[in-house]
Design a protein around this ligand. Sequence first.
Ligand SMILES: [Zn+2]
Length: 463
Amino acid sequence: MLKFTRHPFVDVGAAAITAFAGKSRPEDLSWQDLDEVADFIERHYTRDPLKSFLTAIFPNSGYVQPAMKPEKFAAFLNRYLYGYRNEESVSGLRCVYCGREASVRVFRQHVPMLTGEGMLNFFPGAAPGLPVCGFCLLCIQAFPLGATKSSGRTLIIHSDDEQVTLRAARNFLQDNLKYLNMHDITKYPDQKFPRTIFVDQVLRISEDYLQGQERSPSITLYHLTNYGTTADVSILHLPAQVVEFLSIASSARFGGVWREIVRRAWQSVDGARPGVARNFLYEDLFELPERAARFVQVYFLRQGFRAPVRFKDDPRSGYVLERELDLISWDLTAMFLREVMEMDAERIRAIRDLGDRLSSYISRTNDRRFFRDFYRVDRYGQLRGLLIKASNAEVRSGRSPLIGFDEFITIFEEGRDLPRIDWRLARDLVLIRMIERLHQEGKMLEEMTPEAEEIPGGEAAEG
Ligand SMILES: [Zn+2]
């Protein structure tokens, strides 16, 4: 009877009904399961706290119209909520979501984001309304149960992987049922920061499902309001490569360091939790892969912001390398380069090897000045000069050069004398490996790290 259709409202509704019935697939639902959820909707949608939430989803529907006469309300329920029981059909028309015979035409009071009655725009056959079947319509009536409220809008999570849609809807349904059982709540709790809520859900689903999967799905968030003249939807997307990164980062291999990096990215407020507070790292994931260099600088190299902070509770302005040496992880960074930036393995290896050689050099010669200069260098010519000088000194002392020609090209240049656009990123990556090694050897002395405020120029300065 019910099935996933790839339409977010229908799918989230089917997922919520499936979770409500304690089943694992929409195909497993029985008539009794459908009757039970429809009965639940009839009893709860017309009362607070759900009613206040529903005015922004189904405005002018029977659920939120106090003036609607009982007979009219019964007819509304019969047609739009219990429509799956009726034999009614709109002759010759198919349901736009699932292709079954349509039973009714719907408008924006029944399905969010449609136009009102009498509007002809965007409908097939220049006839107003959208033909749907009773089953899909039940799913759409149920989708708020698998949603949460965020900044006055409705937030749902949908994926090409049905298990992800199902699990997110189940999590939100459990929260909703909890609210309904709290007698002192009259208003549905609102939560800000949809991006943070989104990533928190993805991480929860990652722990018990995504980590066991061969391929990561892409996951989409819809944040919508169907209210009055301000009806609008914003769509946020986490590409499969970022989902894959999150899933590997939270696995046992990286878990300890990663959890601490995430913990130190929470907005500095009391009782920070998803929705109530913002997690800056979670929010920055939506700028990937475009701003990956900045992401590396802030979260993996632990550089604070030089520019005045935009948010007063932003913990990132307090990141100081010497206090966070335990969070510097080459392996985690390299995994990010591979999964999110799709950097080729040869370049990643060359960067790591250079970091190893430079850390051995510093360790042996105690050349703190070289470390400081390399950390601060702001122009490509300086960086090149610095490496050549140190390398020549090694050769004069009868040792191998610090960096070979081919390696230099692979890491820093597009072609001869033409720096790569991301040479600063490459420098930061070499630093991450160097710092990790020096710290492991106990050589990372406090006075070796540059002063906190002397942050090298680079992308963090824009932050
Ligand atoms: Zn249908």
